[in-house]
Design a protein around this ligand. Sequence first.
Ligand SMILES: NC(=O)c1ccc[n+]([C@@H]2O[C@H](COP(=O)([O-])OP(=O)(O)OC[C@H]3O[C@@H](n4cnc5c(N)ncnc54)[C@H](O)[C@@H]3O)[C@@H](O)[C@H]2O)c1
Length: 355
Amino acid sequence: MENLDKLNKFWKNKKVFITGHTGFKGSWLSIILNMLGSNIYGYSLKPKKSSLFNQANCKIFLKKNIYADINNYNLLKKELKKINPQILFHLAAQPLVSESFKNPIETLKTNIIGTSNILDIIKNIKSLKSVVIITTDKVYKIRKSNKSYSEIDHLGGKDPYSASKVCAELVTECFANSFFEKSFLKNKVSTARSGNVIGGGDYSENRLLPDIIRSVNTKKILVIRNPNHIRPWQHVIEPLVGYMKLAEKQFKSKKLDNYNAWNFGPKKENFIKVINIVNLLKKRFNFDTKISKKQKFSETKVLKLNSNKSNRKLKWSNKWNLKKSLNKVMEWNQLFNKNVKAKKICEKQIKEYFK
Ligand SMILES: NC(=O)c1ccc[n+]([C@@H]2O[C@H](COP(=O)([O-])OP(=O)(O)OC[C@H]3O[C@@H](n4cnc5c(N)ncnc54)[C@H](O)[C@@H]3O)[C@@H](O)[C@H]2O)c1
């Protein structure tokens, strides 16, 4: 496993452009890169009021903070041309399945056209040496068997979010073949697929860990919707380190793989039932629960990623087990409630991760 000093050698003073830097993953990524001395440029919509981005005051350490729409092609082009980044992480997206049912057109526009805008504009940004397009584990066509999904498996998406991310994968492949193959971007652009993550500073609605934390903090009863659903649990730092390793390797080497998609999934043993997570945390934290009557006891199909390629070629693997990841989320909340600054807590946990 990398330590921070080793990473620092590569990332120090690198010009990194992040779309979606005001989001949950984008804020954690910005904090890690700031610790490593990168020059960070962010392009996103304004953060929500209660967001890690605001709590950690990420604005302060960015070289440039741009609040704008990824669908605004001309502005995005102008900014990228001005900045001339060396590395680009594209995270900006409408990332929620539930929201994609409410606003399918917005989701499709942002996730497909927004990604296409990035890909089209970077054709002329000669400073770029590595581009990572973040999609999701939900791009795989669900099959009946319980076999894990590897990068060459069929893609498919039945809901608007998954479909939009499948399209993001397809346009990336299309640009790679049609435009990048004979250019300075040959083998420099990849997609990264990972699943739901947990971590301090996540304020999403209808997600178990943020819901548990709200119950601990407000003493409101936690309503458990699907106690028997099996979910993967992975700390947010894990896939972010995967994206960074991919970006670095791509930056340095000519060719990594024939197929430029990379899985960064959780460990097999990190797939467990919602109710088991609740019981584990109830032993240590004070909160009451009730099971929702609307719960579905349907057979849960579990989407497991096969990350062998990332393990082998990027020397990436998950470091924290389930218990440790959960503890880190709860510790983040406890420290924040004791008025420790959000950025300090993230930095402390990042240092621990790399120890
Ligand atoms: N969080 C997860 O568990 C998870 C799992 C799999 C994949 N992902 C992917 O990771 C990426 C980041 O997710 P997140 O959890 O940090 O989401 P988030 O909602 O916290 O952040 C989304 C970011 O995208 C920006 N954005 C949204 N629409 C935009 C637009 N039209 N123009 C410019 N910026 C826009 C937001 O401002 C924000 O900075 C997304 O691409 C998401 O699909 C996340």
